[in-house]
Design a protein around this ligand. Structure first.
Ligand code: ADP
Ligand code: MG
Length: 431
């Protein structure tokens, strides 16, 4: 096969999951991509954008709701031999040695024992675990364990390696070490693979490793842009061209997010997931935007930088301000509303009153809980009462998260309280 020939074609993939209460959650829509011989292609997107879901579809571990995956021209209809996965962390069997754990990757192939052993030893050697064959996982560092994961994937001599955030569970130095080793093997042609798809949320990692980067949007996940990386290997993170590319991708991702936020739901409904953001963070951002040099209006990426936040950490806070009408988002800026400015100028007690009013007005879930508690003679209600209702709109996990958020906001506003041991909501100061 010549370099540049298509290994993999993903066409018009759509994937939806049924929601527990009916309806569906659309996770992937119109996803198109190809992987050619000799390429490392990166999928760069936020957590929850459907990257792992897409990798599972490509590997044939789950079925798309629409569209197709073609591997070497044939549709992928089940687990595809020739496509192997590396995960964020590996479930290594603690009672098996490194060698035995790697041999497991070959178990399904029915090879003679001697061949299984020889191939496992070769994979172990390749990935830098020589000498650790008879060690048990507990004797290995996190980085070494992840190398066992790589060996287990490589031992089958796959054509395509799918990597799902394989470095993100490792500390910075260990991750860098493994990345560099992997790239060196790849660039020397020492790996048995012909193409790689790397899922990551780390821009620098994508620029360091990939030939092409596909930017992935959220809700639903789709490829929104493609960036070619033409820097020579080994790539130097301090090279101005490297830094410029990282910046460009960062700006593109941020601009998209701010734009999307600004078009976000103008009004929360009972089915709106609430971001997990503390009232303290909300107050903190309002104060920062109100203060000089911003005086009520700030560029989001800039203020994130000033406050030493990752922009990703600041987005949910900005989203909360928007939801509560404490600020508007427009053109990449966050701008305090009149209420937001008043909030910034007030003392804690008055802030709590403003917050309580906004919760009742703009967060239907908070209003519902308060109304139920007001109506009941006991002024108490079990968590399950609201969890059931939320699960008509979202997964159980999302419902739990949303309840946790509303509880923390209501605590600050002194709107109602919640006892986690008893799983009960109650009013401290019934009306
Ligand atoms: P990423 O890997 O980009 O973080 P995922 O692919 O893990 O994203 O998840 C994307 C979305 O799909 C999430 O909202 C997740 O809750 C949802 N999801 C993933 N798998 C399932 C499933 N089996 N059932 C229901 N929802 C799922
Ligand atoms: Mg994932």
């Amino acid at each position: 096969m010549a370099n540049g020939a298509a290994l993999l074609e993903v066409r018009d993939i759509r994937r939806a999951f049924p929601r527990p209460g009916g309806g569906e959650l659309l996770v992937l829509e119109d996803v198109n991509l190809s992987l050619r011989q000799g390429e490392i292609v990166g999928l760069l997107g936020r957590s929850g954008s459907g990257k792992s879901t897409l990798l599972r579809l490509i590997a044939g571990l789950s079925e798309p709701s629409g569209g197709s995956v073609n591997y070497l021209g044939e549709p992928v209809l089940g687990p595809a031999p020739g496509i192997a996965m590396v995960f964020q962390s590996f479930a290594l069997f603690p009672w098996l040695t490194v060698l035995e754990n790697v041999q497991l990757g070959l178990e399904a192939q029915g090879l003679p024992d001697s061949e299984t052993r020889a191939r496992a030893l070769k994979a172990i050697d390749l990935i830098g675990l020589d000498g650790y064959e008879s060690a048990y996982p507990r004797e290995l560092s996190g980085g070494m364990r992840q190398r066992v994961g790589f060996a287990r994937a490589l031992v089958v001599n796959p054509n395509i390696l799918l990597m799902d955030e394989p470095f993100s569970a490792l500390d910075v130095l260990t991750a860098e070490n493994l990345r560099t080793d992997f790239l060196e093997l790849w660039n020397e042609g020492d790996l048995p693979i012909k193409g790689v798809i790397l899922v990551t949320h780390n821009i620098e990692e994508a620029v360091q490793m990939c030939d092409r980067i596909l930017l992935f949007s959220t809700n639903p996940g789709k490829v929104v842009s493609e960036i070619k990386v033409e820097l020579r290997h080994p790539r130097d993170r301090n090279d101005p061209a490297f830094l410029a590319l990282v910046d460009r991708i960062y700006v593109e991702m941020t601009a998209r997010r701010v734009e999307k936020l600004a078009q976000g739901p103008q009004r929360a409904t009972l089915g709106t997931m609430l971001p997990r953001v503390s009232a303290n963070l909300i107050s903190g951002l309002i104060e920062a935007v109100a203060a000089p040099p911003y005086n009520g209006q700030a560029d989001l990426p800039k203020i994130a930088d000033d406050l030493q936040f990752e922009i990703d950490e600041l987005f949910p806070v900005a989203e909360s301000l928007q939801l509560l009408r404490l600020a508007d988002l427009e053109g990449g800026d966050i701008k305090l509303t009149e209420t937001g400015k008043r909030f910034a100028a007030d003392e804690t007690d008055e802030r709590k009153r403003i917050f309580a009013r906004l919760l009742i007005r703009y967060v239907p879930l908070a209003a519902l809980i308060r109304r139920v508690l007001d109506d009941r003679e006991s002024h108490a209600a079990p968590k399950s009462r609201f969890l059931d209702e939320l699960e008509d709109y979202m997964t159980e996990e999302a419902a739990e998260e949303t309840l946790r958020s509303v509880v923390s906001w209501a605590r600050f506003a002194e709107l109602f309280s919640y006892d986690d041991d008893e799983q009960m909501f109650s009013l401290e100061n019934p009306a």
